[in-house]
Write a protein that binds this ligand. Structure first.
Ligand code: UFG
Length: 345
């Protein structure tokens, strides 16, 4: 192999895990990152895990001219995997313009520049949030998308629509949109993992930071949903499984197996777990009693989301392999290792 792949947001959480899997599959990786929510240290960590240092370009994809210049340098790339985006749901409600500006300009500028340079393949980091509150479960890719509850979610939905139009207009262009359910966990080395800026929004980093003594207690947002134990159910997926799915998607593009110019796949395990089940798993795996309190619902949360995974299985030849305890164990090991080597809060 040895094809060159541009990975935008490659220093971030899912991006960095995907870079590792790409390198393991002998791809030549070029990371584009503005480091706004990530650190360049990640590159050294990727090198220590894989033995290969990916090429790094610090680029703000909102800057159309700079994006064009840097993509021109790498015009021999086979394709782009586009992770770069802001992702905090709550913050996006407070600062909608920032989210539309960042997430959509970066997409538009990347598409424009790659198109000008003849780079015809694209993998997009989408989200199950495009399904809104689904009417039926498990969610198949044919479930109607709905307007997401947050500007962040809406940038994902709009991005998919842009890709649909773009792939219709330019027949040489091929894209795959991957709709992630709830990625958690970390690389087995404990070298890379999720590092939210400030107070975490998501359940898993909030749990590990609480157990590490950085947060006082976890607030469980509601136990009066119509679910087994009243807490919301999600489809948690190990970030390494998720990363491997990107490599499978890339092979589908390389082998020209696409049935339509834009294809969409769910990435989940197909199993739903409640917030209380996640807490129980954490306590079992870590041996730590977690300090938590049941409080009111968080606006915008839906009761249940879990994926139908058949399409990704049949067309990508991919299936998640790691279970909830493995996800949680790796997240906890990452948190402990990270805290042991840094004073960052
Ligand atoms: N939760 C808590 N306490 C917390 C954080 C979360 O009880 O401190 C609960 C939430 O109420 C929810 C569950 O844990 O029931 C999962 O919440 P997350 O914030 O971890 O994940 P979400 O399902 O809300 O959101 C995730 C991604 C989004 C994406 C969405 C798609 O973070 O980027 O899935 O469904 F849009």
């Amino acid at each position: 192999m040895n094809k060159k792949i541009i990975v935008t947001g490659g220093c971030g959480y899912i991006g960095s895990h995907t870079v590792i899997e790409l390198i393991k599959n002998n791809f030549q990786v070029v990371i584009f990152d503005d480091l706004s929510n990530s650190s360049q240290d990640t590159i050294g960590r990727i090198e220590s895990i894989t033995g290969v240092r990916p090429v790094f370009e610090q680029v703000d994809l909102k800057d159309v001219n700079h994006t064009s210049q840097v993509i021109l340098k790498h015009k021999n790339a086979f394709g782009v995997i586009h992770f770069a985006a802001h992702k905090a749901v709550g913050e996006s409600v407070q600062k909608p313009l920032d989210y539309y500006q960042n997430n959509l300009y970066s997409l538009l500028n990347t598409l424009k520049a790659q198109h000008e340079n003849g780079i015809q393949n694209f993998i997009f980091s989408s989200s199950a949030t495009v399904y809104g509150n689904p009417k039926s479960l498990p969610i198949t890719e044919n479930n109607q998308t709905q307007r997401p509850f947050s500007p962040y979610g809406n940038t994902k939905k709009m991005a998919e629509e842009i890709l649909e139009d773009f792939s219709k207009a330019y027949t040489d262009f091929s894209a795959i949109s991957l709709r992630y359910f709830n990625p958690i966990g970390a690389h087995e080395s404990g070298e890379i993992g999720e590092l939210p800026n400030g107070i975490p929004n998501n359940l898993m980093p909030y749990i590990t930071q609480t157990a590490a003594g950085i947060r006082e207690k976890l607030m469980v947002f509601g136990n009066d949903y119509d679910t087994t134990d009243g807490t919301p159910i999600r489809d948690y997926i190990h970030v390494v499984d998720l990363a491997k799915a990107h490599v499978k998607a890339l092979f589908r593009l390389i082998e020209n197996k696409q049935e339509q110019a834009l294809e969409t796949f769910n990435l989940g395990t197909g199993n739903g777990f409640s917030v209380m089940e996640v807490i129980e798993s954490f306590e079992r795996v870590s041996g730590i009693k977690l300090n938590y309190e049941i409080v009111g619902r968080r606006p915008g949360d839906v009761p249940q989301l879990f994926a139908a995974t058949d399409l990704a299985h049949h067309k990508l030849g991919w299936k998640a392999e790691l279970g909830l305890d493995e996800m949680i164990d790796s997240a906890w090991r990452w948190e402990q290792k990270y805290r042991a080597t840094t004073t960052a809060k």
